[in-house]
Design a protein around this ligand. Structure first.
Ligand code: IPE
Ligand code: MG
Length: 221
């Protein structure tokens, strides 16, 4: 969900106004996902590197996330959305941690759309956590393969993403699902996140539908 800051700057507004606009956008995108039959959506809300931002901006982002959960949880639950968190809970302010845990608990039996909130998430941190857990459990090297590692990631039990959309025209992964995205299709749009709408989502899906996915093979044609 990139480009909030530039969206605000273009309007001579403070960066936090861009972040607010970015959260206002969430409901519309979640509804669009349900309409377009998407089953799993992961939102990259805050990375392990985003702690390097000015403390005021970090605090505003955390506060905004609390507001979003308070504002949207009932509706999301009613609409069959299952909320999950991927990332490290440590460092997240306790009030937000608590709200996340409540949201996860309350929606755990929903199955219309799974929404992973990547918050204090880093792909490298995820792999570090997986290695630590495997060592702590005393896994023998002989029994470690790619499936094993997949089971120790935060996304355990979920398929790898088919499509990764990056808004605001940046061509980099920024530490997002780096293990899981080995064969994901990437789509980059210049649109800033607060302006990303159902029409943009459909464009991304159309692009995806035209790609030939070969997974390292030679394909069918
Ligand atoms: C949102 O966009 C990303 C978050 C960490 C919430 P940015 O804040 O990165 O916006 P730009 O890149 O400065 O435009
Ligand atoms: Mg950015």
């Amino acid at each position: 969900m990139d480009g909030n800051g530039r969206w605000a700057r273009k309007r001579n507004l403070p960066r936090v106004a861009g972040h607010r606009a970015g959260t206002d956008n969430l409901r519309r995108i979640l509804e669009a996902c349900v309409r377009n039959n998407i089953k799993i959506l992961t939102l990259y809300a805050f990375s392990t590197e985003n702690w390097n931002r000015p403390v005021d901006e970090v605090n505003s982002l955390m506060r905004l996330l609390e507001i979003v959960i308070d504002r949207e949880l009932s509706e999301l639950d009613k609409n069959g959305v299952q909320i999950r968190h991927i990332g490290r809970l440590d460092r997240i302010p306790p009030t937000l941690q608590h709200k996340i845990q409540t949201a996860v608990e309350r929606t755990r039996h929903n199955d219309r759309l799974i929404v992973n909130i990547a918050l204090n998430y880093g792909g490298r941190a995820e792999i570090v956590d997986a290695v630590k857990a495997m060592l702590a459990e005393g896994l023998h090297p002989e029994y470690i393969d790619e499936q094993t590692i997949g089971r120790y990631l935060y996304t355990c039990g979920l398929p790898d993403p088919d499509l990764i959309i990056r808004t605001s025209g940046e061509y980099r992964t920024s530490n997002f699902l780096i293990w899981q995205s080995a064969y994901s299709e990437y789509y980059v749009t210049d649109t800033y996140w607060p302006d990303f709408d159902e029409n943009e989502l459909k464009k991304a899906i159309d692009h995806y539908a035209r790609r030939e996915r070969r997974f390292g093979g030679v394909g069918s044609s």
